[in-house]
Design a protein around this ligand. Structure first.
Ligand code: PEP
Length: 258
């Protein structure tokens, strides 16, 4: 299994498996504190790297309980590619790092669909994250029409290639395969056989970098999805927004992968 890199918490050796959640635009500070507090004393399996990606408002609160260097990585859902400047409403990589983030989610399909996140911007953000020592987590995935047209591998391979353009081979980047048709309340959960070929293509184009799967992952389908060849972890939305469920998903990943 691939080396996830120095952006991850330093325990004994690089992670062999990953479990993470993005809270999207949910949770108050009190809710963020409750979730994070519930993770503080969890005996995470060796080799498993958990991560939590709160909204920007809660990064510092979460990082107080789950500090940099501890077993749980804290991330940001997005950041601008410039370090500072007249970009009202945006936050920069140095700012999210200052708040406690050590991972940066980039290119989620909701950002690509609603906020003009192009492949070019994804690449700029990957470069910005690496420049400041954050671990980029690049989301890629085809939509329903592209899958129906048989172009999923081509679409996703192009997204990965663009994200990694100019990125040195040794640079550590996580790749999350999140088919758009599988994400969110209106998504259709994928079967393992639906994702195997695209995952294999990401492993090839990504030169062995860790590949996480996301999209309607839940307790009842996590085992089948983590067992797909080339999947090094799970990236979960709704089903992991309760801390006990997050820990239960972490145990499934650890059992199958570490
Ligand atoms: C996501 O939006 O990245 C995601 C994985 O969401 P969900 O698990 O809720 O489908």
């Amino acid at each position: 299994m691939a080396d996830g890199g120095s952006g991850a918490a330093s325990r004994s050796g690089p992670p062999t498996a990953w479990i993470g959640t993005s809270w999207k635009m949910t949770k108050t500070l009190a809710q963020a504190r409750a979730f994070s507090g519930a993770l503080v004393d969890v005996p995470w399996a060796a080799g498993l790297q958990p991560f939590v990606i709160p909204p920007a408002t809660a990064i510092a609160t979460v990082a107080e309980l789950l500090p940099p260097g501890g077993p749980v990585l804290v991330g940001a859902q997005d950041a601008h590619w410039e370090d500072e400047g007249p970009w009202t409403g945006e936050v920069s990589v140095p700012q999210v790092k200052d708040a406690g983030a050590r991972l940066l989610e980039i290119g989620h399909s909701e950002r690509r669909a609603h906020f003009g996140e192009t492949d070019e911007r994804v690449n700029l953000k990957v470069q910005a994250a690496l420049r400041h020592g954050l671990l980029p987590l690049v989301c890629v995935g085809e939509d329903a029409g592209q899958r129906a047209a048989g172009s999923a591998v081509d679409v996703v391979s192009a997204q990965v290639r663009a994200a990694l353009d100019g990125v040195p081979d040794h640079a550590q980047v996580l790749l999350a395969y999140e088919p758009v048709w599988a994400i969110g309340a209106s998504g259709t959960p994928a079967e393992p056989e639906d994702i195997a070929e695209v995952v294999a293509s990401i492993v090839a184009v990504g030169q062995g970098r860790p590949v996480l799967y996301g999209g309607s992952v839940a307790l009842d389908n996590a085992t089948g999805l983590i067992d797909v060849a080339g999947v090094d972890g799970l990236f979960v939305g709704r089903a992991a927004w309760d801390a006990a469920d997050f820990v239960a998903l972490a145990e499934i990943v650890a059992q199958r992968s570490t």
